[in-house]
Design a protein around this ligand. Structure first.
Ligand code: NI
Ligand code: MN
Length: 226
């Protein structure tokens, strides 16, 4: 499977012949200034919660590409009100068959309000199953024992987890989350964008190695085979 990192918690995965884009926050991100949000492909845009650092470019990319937005119920309804044509508003524990395979919304321990102060419901993560393999993106979350259910139910190739600390899990909790969901390969996201989430890359990589995990920190704009 191919994964492209666009900075912060935004990345795309090619799965089941479709491009799944997650949590686009590109134009306001100075670290992603080389990325042209006006050219990023997407068949589906999966949005974990309503915070600005996850929704900034959703409407523009959905409008340009005609992608279907998949989001927690209140966040999806907010995008519909903003004029997004194809929206799949779901809720936690619910799954759906999709052209790329299957998606299921998992629990996340965080908060979720939209940039205009609208109520965003509860934040989520996503378990994506596809013929190419399955993966988990936790969204912004604390470590939670609920993650164990994901590992029990789905054999995952990798997990995309926040490692920046302060607003989400830091590296130590992300390593424990990886154990709970049964992966050794982690793509780290949600770090370096803002001063409080600056990551000591060398220390994080060392902690992962000492724990028998592979921590991948792709460069912004880099595509990796995973
Ligand atoms: Ni957030
Ligand atoms: Mn965030």
């Amino acid at each position: 499977m191919k994964l492209t990192y666009y900075g912060h918690a935004c990345f795309a995965v090619e799965a089941g012949g479709k491009t799944l884009l997650f949590d686009p926050f590109i134009t306001p991100n100075p670290l992603a200034e080389k990325i042209d949000a006006g050219k990023i492909p997407a068949d589906f845009i999966l949005v974990s919660h309503g915070h600005g650092d996850h929704v900034a470019d959703v409407v523009a990319i959905a409008t340009r590409t005609g992608a279907t937005v998949i989001a927690p119920y209140e966040v999806g309804c907010w995008f519909e009100a903003k004029g997004v044509k194809r929206v799949q508003s779901m809720n936690h524990g619910g799954g759906a068959e999709m052209p790329f395979g299957r998606v299921k919304l998992s629990a996340a321990v965080h908060s979720s309000s939209l940039p205009d102060g609208s109520y965003g419901g509860n934040p989520c993560g996503f378990v994506v199953e596809s013929p190419d393999g399955s993966f988990y993106y936790s969204g912004d979350t604390a470590l939670t024992s609920d993650m164990r259910f994901i590992g029990e139910q789905t054999k995952l190739r990798f997990a995309v987890l926040p490692v920046g600390d302060f607003f989400t899990m830091g590296i130590d909790d992300a390593l424990r989350a990886a154990d709970l969901v049964g992966v050794t390969r982690i793509v780290g996201v949600h770090y370096d964008t803002f001063p409080p989430i600056k990551l000591d890359h060398a220390a994080a990589l060392k902690a992962a190695e000492a724990d028998g995990k592979e921590l991948l920190l792709p460069k912004i704009g880099e595509t990796i085979e995973i």
